[in-house]
Design a protein around this ligand. Structure first.
Ligand SMILES: [Zn+2]
Ligand SMILES: [Zn+2]
Length: 258
């Protein structure tokens, strides 16, 4: 499977419109820290590509990818930074006289339809509460704590070749319980959302892990590799954070093959 990072930013992206911090300034000039909203593009043999989350930067992301038609999507939860591009995608389907398959657990699809009822005319809404198969991988959603923001889902992709090898996409989570951590154990790759390096705000106001906590979690669950995404303007890629071997920050356009 080939994973392409289309966006590695948090809900506001970097630069943040209201902000003149050093990282946002750098993002506006040389641009190392430019971050679009979080989304990945999956390609696996014998399957059409799969878009995971469709935030408000979807249009820009598809232009950069050079893709005119998207037929398969998967959502982690119904927050704006993960679904804000659905309306444009649906409009694109209308102009091309196409429909697309949109997968998510049923409660996420229900929220999407409640907010944008007309999307049902362009998307086949397919509930995947029990998981499904994609290109030789079984895909299993599980519900994760998203702190003050409620809940999200994460996905574990496990090879169907009997090796048990797996990776997971968990962009929006915080303070996971032992049961919520279980699907993260023994991964060859953990993709985890970490907004800040060390988030200074009270725990009850937080919704994502920070980098220091993410490092601990990756070690605890024994991930061979980890990629941190959903990064805010707190992370400055000009700095060396001394991340341990096998752990890195996502960048737009980063490709990982498993
Ligand atoms: Zn998010
Ligand atoms: Zn800033």
């Amino acid at each position: 499977m080939k994973i392409t990072f289309l966006g590695n930013g948090d809900s506001l992206g970097t630069p943040r419109v209201y902000c003149d911090c050093d990282v946002c300034k750098e993002a506006r000039t040389t641009g190392l820290n430019v971050r679009l909203r979080p989304s990945i593009w999956l390609e696996s043999e014998g399957e059409e590509p799969l878009l995971v989350d469709c935030g408000p930067d979807w249009r820009t992301q598809m232009e950069k990818l050079g893709v005119r038609s998207v037929r398969h999507g998967l959502l982690t939860h119904a927050h704006f930074d993960h679904i804000g591009g659905l309306v444009e995608w649906a409009d694109g389907c209308r102009w091309r006289e196409e429909t697309a398959d949109l997968r998510a657990p049923s409660e996420v699809l229900a929220e999407v339809v409640q907010r944008f009822p007309w999307l049902e005319s362009r998307f086949r809404m397919i509930a995947v509460d029990g998981g499904w198969s994609y290109g030789g991988w079984s895909v299993q959603p599980w519900k994760v704590n998203h702190g003050k923001n409620g809940f999200a889902y994460a996905y574990r992709f496990q090879r169907q070749d009997g090796s048990g090898r797996a990776w997971a996409y968990c962009p929006d989570s915080f303070d996971l319980s032992e049961a919520e951590k279980a699907p993260l154990r023994g991964l060859e790759l953990l993709v985890l959302g970490t907004s800040f390096y060390e988030e200074p705000y009270p725990r009850e106001t937080r919704s994502l892990y920070d980098v220091r906590e993410g490092l601990k979690l990756a070690e605890e669950v024994g991930a061979e590799q980890a990629i941190f995404t959903h990064l805010s303007h707190d992370i400055d890629l000009r700095k060396d954070y001394g991340l341990p071997a096998g752990i890195r920050f996502a960048r737009e356009g980063l490709i990982v093959e498993l």
